[in-house]
Write a new protein. Sequence first.
Length: 251
Amino acid sequence: MKANPIVGQGTPLHRWQTSSHLAHVPVIDILDLVPAGSRAVVVAPHPDDEVLGCGGLLQLLAADRPLQLISVTDGSASHPGSRRWPVERLSVVRPQESAEALRRLGLPLHHLKWLRGGFADSQVAARETQLVDFIERHLHPEDVVFTTWRKDGHCDHEAVGRATVAAAQRVGATVHELPVWTWHWATPEDRLVPWQRARKILLSPAQVARKRHAIHAFASQLEGDPQIGLPPVLAPYVIERLLQPFEVVFV
Ligand SMILES: [Zn+2]
C-alpha cells in the first residue's frame, strides 16, 4: 500500500497563488462544458466532496441544467476511534450536513436529484466492480459527469474516480475529474498534476462566499476529537485552499 500523502498542513495557499502553472490554466465557460440538453452528474466519494470540489460549478449550472448528485459513501469513517463521533452518529449526520450545504449553495432543490450509493467509507476500492455497475445504471449517454481525480491522493477519491471514468466510458458519457486533496499534497509546479488537461471555471465573490457558507455546514468535518488527538479534516488552511476564485477541472 502506498503512503498516505494527506499529512501535515500541506501546500500553503500563497504558494498556489504564485504558481505559474496555475496562472496559465485556460479559463472555460461551464455552460460550454455542459452543453444544453445535458445533465451534470457529480459522483462524490463522501458527503462534502460535491461542495469542496465543485460547489461553485454547481451554482453556475443550477439555473440552466438538471443536476444529479451521487454520494458513494456516507462518510462515516472520518473520525476513526472517536467516541464523540462514532460511526452510527456520522452515518446520520454527514448526509444531513450535505443536504444543508446544498441548500446554502442556493441550488433550486427540485432541479437536483440525489442518490446514495451505500458503499463503505474508506473501503470503496474493495467493491470497485460493483461501484462501476452501480454508476453505469444511473448514467445516460448525454450526461457530463464530474468526479474526483483518479490520482487525488485519497483511496476513496481515487477508486470513485476510476469507477466513474469506467462507467462513463461504458455508457458513452463525458467525464471530467476534480482535484480536491491534490491542493494539499501537490506542489504548484508538480509534474504529477495533469496541467495540460486543467481548465479554470471562474467564480464571483458572491459564489465563493456561498461556497464558504456551504462548507461551514460540514460541522463534523470542522471538528476533530481532541480526546484522541484527532485533528479536524477541514482545518482552516484546508478550507482556504478550496476557496480560490475559481475551480479546476481536468477535462
Ligand atoms: Zn472525500
